[in-house]
Design a protein around this ligand. Sequence first.
Ligand code: SF4
Ligand code: SF4
Length: 483
Amino acid sequence: INFINYKEVMKMYNVNSDIASEFINDNEILDTIAYAQKNKNNIKLIDDILKKAEKMEGISHRESAVLLECDDKDVLSRIYDLAHRIKERIYGKRIVMFAPLYLSNYCVNGCTYCPYHHKNNNIKRKKLTQEEIKREVIALQDMGHKRLALEAGEDDTMNPIEYILESIQTIYSVHHKNGSIRRVNVNIAATTVQNYKKLKDVGIGTYILFQETYNKKAYEQLHPTGPKHNYAYHTEAMDRAMTAGIDDVGIGVLFGLYEYRYDFIGLMMHAEHLDSKFGVGPHTISIPRIRPADDIDVDEFSNAINDDLFKKIVALVRISAPYTGIIISTRESKKSREEVLKIGVSQISGGSKTSVGGYEKEESIEENSAQFEVDDNRTLDEIVNWLLKLGYVPSFCTACYREGRTGDRFMRLAKTGQIVNVCQPNSIMTLNEYLIDYAKNDTKQIALKVINSELENIPKEKVRAIAKDYINQMQDGKRDFRF
Ligand code: SF4
Ligand code: SF4
């Protein structure tokens, strides 16, 4: 790249643009990769970047790319140490729990990595009725879940927006025993501003949409048919969602589809774009890796990333966007989850079924409607038990959005690290609800100890006293206390 071209390229990159090819600018990504490779193990530069990162206010995509490229062992351990400290400071010990709920696997798109693609005749197509949704929600409530991520294929005839809206209302309306779903996050296809407004009006939590890959050419090849083929429409979806008033959006890529450097930088640029243009960065970043599934051979995807690289990417997302929740799913094994929890992940799913209707009734092999294979097959209680033993506080908290702490209000608290002051008591109180209503005996014993000691760790005396009082009131059957 010569200097004149370089200037041309820089003109095209515009973090605040409305146009996908300008805020996820291909030349800027390629130039960033070249810059990072040129500075591979440039210890002086890396030292400066890490000093800046120590402020826990994030670093730029260029700076993250330099760290991603580095393979110096000492630097790597500094990266992991810093990511761990950021996690502790901003998120404390809490790990937020959620479960996916698949409504329908009808889909008109042709995504080559997903078994729901419309040409796959091996899987059974299913769409839940409102009665079936109620039964799924009861099964999820009986496990202890309070927070769901709604999933549905794209099909305007089978799964129109009215169906999604009705389903969300049904989910919120179910109250079985002491159960309730208090936050429904929604992962549906890119849509119009008008439809995003409708989603906001029914009270969704986060709108989640994975980019899959930021590379336009690869994106078009991976999505050969259907509305999802349109790269710009998909990439600009979060801008439309935010324009419609949805404050909390969740981004992500499916690592393994394309070259990891490119997608990591694209992901960071997308976060910078939202932060710069709307004053609110992404609420969450999901980091899934490609998994085997019906009709999908993972070996066909030569960009698959190994565990070490996966861990490094998680740590760098934590350092680059300290205020953003990081989500991993049950695609990851227990071992892999344990590693990344230490260095950045703040939300995990538990007891997940990735098939349509899988909570109420286990599917037979012939019936297979799952989107991908789950590696971590443990029950929610087993996961809660495991997290407690690792020293974490599993949290079923959904307080922020219900208290109006969304968008920039949330970000202000997150960026200054003050969010921990509400996360901590809320995690203890929601864990206590879980303990009373759902935990198995062994989990109950450990949770009780953790709750008692964590209560004493609440720094503000007044908050500590209120939290204790709320916990006492739970013995009388009261629920849903929050800060
Ligand atoms: Fe449909 Fe989504 Fe699967 Fe693509 S990834 S085939 S859009 S369900
Ligand atoms: Fe999440 Fe807010 Fe609850 Fe903290 S207080 S766990 S940020 S909902």
